[in-house]
Design a protein around this ligand. Structure first.
Ligand code: ZN
Length: 487
């Protein structure tokens, strides 16, 4: 990963917090992780397979842990906090300034594919939270399914930010012929990226300590955990999030009490993504709902199938938080995105990137390159699968518009598919090829509320291949299906 050289005299600020260390507790008995959380420990990662639990503690607590647990390892200092020489600029990770410079340069270099950053709201301390839109000029962007990537909702987890930067670079660098998947993704989806969801906490980590996780609303304690502040099953219990302001998983005084979660919530509601990746570090997981009580969602089979396929390259563990980590988490972004948003459920995932702590790559570009490459495949797979997927069940949410199965599939001459319409009806209905070109516009004036059977006589000369049916309602809801044409 390219790193800007900053030629200036470094001023080392005295850290406001005593140095934090990640301590690995090996062979912790089953069930003890929850007990540690209840004691207020900052659990940084758990590996159920290899049997360790990592906790972040001040240096002075290490002797106490040595007495208490027979087998502990003190992990390298740079795993948990920024070393002094990097405390202002995040080392090889991208600082806030480097982030903004990167996204502006990307938009300048690829103005046809990447928009300049757009502010979508402000943080607790009034910092801008911005998003970047990536898509190609091919096809009608109204029809291109939106997918969201966000990172740094936890302030000390810049690895996820490196991953979304890497993915944006890969897409734009490979759009023109380098890799046909990049062209397919940008031609068939609209990607939204919110690279720094917690700008205050991230900025605070750079000069003053490096392991602050929450936002900077210090009204009652030392911040609110923005991944426990979402409005689905918020505060379900006191283990999956904490009512104590001093705890690292403090959930805030109410659902969406924090400006940062309000901004991200409102943005999600405005673009209505079909899938999202809420990037975190670390541990090597790909987590999906439900986090709050570890129960299976109605879409468990799909989540597990997608999770397994997405992690087939990097070997991450795909499962629910409670399965992977042995503890639950209520009020997180993916549970709300899947079940609490009042719209059709979003296929929402929480990747936990890498296995080197929060700042392990601060002086090691190779490490960052490795985990970016590991995650790129997950991103590609999701972006190429989600647009044609219409099977999400959700919980007590009636799809407003849904394209049913196409028969026969493959189609030879006459395609037949069902379209269920409710809400405000269907505004547009069209057949697309995989480059995003409209092959046929289908009439919508005869459609009735409920189930419709649509027939499409494939025009002579239409080549064999994969095609997508996309429907859009007057209220902006979308539905899609796909089929193969054989001539
Ligand atoms: Zn996190």
């Amino acid at each position: 990963m390219r790193k800007m050289l900053i030629l200036c005299v470094m001023v080392i600020f005295a850290a406001g917090l005593s140095a934090g260390r990640i301590v690995r507790i090996n062979s912790l008995p089953q069930g003890s992780v929850t007990a540690l959380m209840e004691e207020g420990f900052d659990i940084t990662s758990v590996d159920m397979v290899r049997g360790y639990t990592d906790v972040m503690v001040p240096e002075e607590m290490i002797p106490e842990l040595e007495l208490r647990f027979p087998d502990i390892e003190v992990m390298p200092l740079e795993w948990g906090e920024l070393l002094a020489e990097n405390s202002k600029n995040a080392g090889y990770y991208y600082s806030p300034d480097e982030n903004l410079a990167f996204w502006c340069t990307l938009a300048a270099d690829h103005s046809d594919l990447a928009d300049t950053p757009v502010n979508i709201g402000q943080s607790y301390l009034g910092e801008d939270i911005y998003m970047i839109k990536l898509t190609s000029p091919i096809g009608d962007s109204d029809y291109k399914p939106p997918i969201l990537f966000n990172s740094l909702i936890h302030a000390r987890e810049p690895g996820g930010n490196s991953v979304v930067i890497d993915f944006a670079m890969w897409l734009t660098d490979n759009y023109d012929g380098g890799d046909t998947r990049a062209a397919w993704i940008l031609d068939n989806t609209t990607l939204y990226i919110v690279p720094i969801a917690n700008p205050d906490g991230y900025a605070y980590n750079l000069p003053s300590g490096g392991y602050h996780r929450k936002n900077m609303n210090f009204t009652l304690g030392d911040g609110v955990d923005l991944n426990r502040n979402w409005g689905y099953e918020w505060g379900y219990d006191n283990i999956g999030s904490s009512p104590k302001p001093s705890d690292d998983t403090y959930r805030g005084t109410a659902p969406f009490s924090e400006p940062e979660t309000q901004v991200l919530r409102d943005f999600i509601l405005s673009v209505n993504p079909i899938a999202l990746m809420n990037y975190h570090t670390y541990g090597g997981y790909l987590l999906f709902p439900y986090s709050y009580n570890n129960s299976a969602t109605p879409d468990q089979t799909t989540f597990q199938a997608w999770g397994s396929a997405m992690t087939s390259y990097n070997g991450y563990y795909a499962g629910r938080c409670g399965q992977a980590l042995g503890y639950n988490a209520n009020g997180d972004q993916v549970d709300w995105s899947y079940s609490g948003n009042g719209m059709q459920g979003i296929m929402a995932f929480t990747p936990e990137v890498g296995d080197n702590g929060f700042w392990g790559g601060q002086n090691d570009t190779t490490l960052i390159e490795e985990f970016c490459e590991d995650c790129r495949y997950m991103n590609i797979w999701l972006c190429m699968t989600a647009p044609g997927f219409t099977g999400i069940t959700g919980e007590s949410i009636e799809p407003l518009l849904a394209v049913g199965q196409v028969t026969p599939n493959p189609v030879v001459g006459l395609a037949s598919f069902s379209l269920s319409v409710s809400g405000s009806g269907c505004a547009d209905l069209a057949i697309y090829d995989t480059t995003g070109r409209i092959i046929a516009d289908l009439p919508t004036d005869e459609l009735v509320s409920g189930e419709n059977q649509i027939l499409w006589n494939v025009p002579a000369g239409t080549p064999s291949g994969l095609y997508i049916i996309r429907a859009r309602g007057a209220d902006g809801t979308t539905g899609a299906g796909r089929f193969t044409l054989l001539r």
